[in-house]
Design a protein around this ligand. Structure first.
Ligand code: NAD
Length: 357
């Protein structure tokens, strides 16, 4: 198989972790006889510094022309501390999602047994958890009209959803539920928000097309609590952009660390694969970042964009074997981990490569 893959490292640890996602794809290409060619493009703070634009036209053109994109993260402390900055790294990410029509963000909560004790939750609560989140990605309060009055005493962000936006992601989530344990939980705030009432109505209608899937509706506040109380109760979780953003960060603790969770954004155009974490200024450039989320994002690319299930499995198996052999980055180590088993980004990436069959 021949594929063109665009790497967008972005900012901070994005640069460090995508190196390893890419190396794993190269190794898979060699082992399985695929011709993967790679190009690179800039986005976020790095792109603002170079061009003044967080998503240069050249990056967007390359993205549209590629078969899949492996992205790192964007963000810089300078903007986090300056909310008034008009040009911001995250504008690049929001724009590329919109331009590529990436309306569905899939976030599998993949729990490796070896990391049961890396989580802040008890192993008996976690064991057996397997959740697939569907977060809507191109609507909601993130894209609604934003306002601030002249004397800075009032601001607003408009939360809005169109029926078709809910329908298309709901169908994707129900389709996925059919291939899993046939349970879908739609999370909203329909007791308070009009957008959530529309969301619930549409999901109820689509549910009728999937009588074999058991559908449940849950308020976001309850879902946030249930997720740590009894994560096993969830199979597919379908939710809006803002709720999904927050719930999946919470769910990252089930997997042990933000550094373990990969995601796939799909829709009308090229698939976009990225860790759920950000640019992590606190550890950037220190060889401390966990590269496994980027490596697992590469596995999702192989599976979802290229239909290469055996190759994707070879990558997740390599991660599992690395963990089984006791290797850890700092974020997934615990008090019982021997110091000699705690590796930096580069050394962890090399270990995974050794295990890629
Ligand atoms: P973050 O995800 O960057 O970091 C949160 C915490 O998790 C930090 O303590 C960090 O050290 C740790 N962490 C994250 N990834 C890790 C990894 N791979 N290995 C080990 N530890 C890891 O979130 P934040 O601190 O809220 O945001 C930092 C910047 O990232 C901000 O500028 C924010 O806007 C941006 N951001 C970008 C994205 C994205 O690009 N998709 C997502 C979230 C935040």
């Amino acid at each position: 198989m021949k594929k063109n893959i665009l790497i967008i490292p972005g900012d901070g640890i994005g640069q460090e972790v995508t190196t390893w996602g890419k190396k794993v794809l190269e190794k898979i290409g060699e082992n399985y006889g695929h011709e993967f060619s790679f190009d690179e493009a800039i986005m976020g703070h790095t792109a603002i510094e170079a061009t003044g634009n967080p998503l240069p036209d050249e990056t967007l053109e390359k993205a549209k022309a590629s078969d899949a994109i492996l992205f790192g993260a964007i963000g810089h402390i300078k903007y986090d501390n300056d909310p008034s900055a008009k040009v911001r790294p995250e504008q690049g990410l929001l724009k590329i999602r919109k331009e590529l029509g990436l309306y569905a963000n899939l976030r599998p909560i993949l729990l490796f047994d070896e990391l049961l004790d890396a989580s802040s939750l008890k192993p008996e609560i976690l064991r057996g958890t397997d959740i697939l989140f569907f977060r809507e990605l191109t609507g909601d309060v993130y894209f609604g009209e934003k306002n601030r009055n002249e004397d800075n005493t009032f601001a607003s962000d408009l939360m809005n959803y169109h029926r078709y936006e809910v329908e298309r992601i709901a169908r994707k989530a129900f389709d996925a539920a059919r291939t899993r344990n046939k349970r879908l939980c739609s999370v909203d705030k329909a007791n308070v928000l009009e957008t959530s009432r529309l969301w619930r109505e549409v999901v109820q209608e689509i549910a009728k097309e999937y009588p074999d899937v058991e559908t449940e509706h849950m308020f976001i506040d309850n879902a946030a609590m249930q997720l740590v109380k009894n994560p096993k109760k969830f199979d597919v979780v379908l939710t809006a952009n803002l709720f999904g953003d927050i719930l999946t960060d919470e769910a990252s603790q089930i997997a042990g660390s933000m550094g373990m969770l990969a995601s796939a954004s799909v829709g009308d155009g090229t698939g976009f694969f990225e860790p759920i974490h950000g640019s992590a200024h606190d550890i950037a450039g220190q060889n401390k970042a966990n590269p496994l989320a980027s490596i697992l994002s590469a596995a999702l690319m192989l599976d979802i964009s290229f239909g290469l299930q055996a190759e994707a499995k070879a990558v997740t198996n390599a991660v599992a074997e690395t963990l089984k052999a006791g290797w850890r980055t700092g974020d997934i180590a615990n008090a019982n981990t021997e110091a000699s088993k705690i590796l930096g980004t580069q050394e962890m990436g090399e270990k995974v490569l050794e295990f890629v069959r």
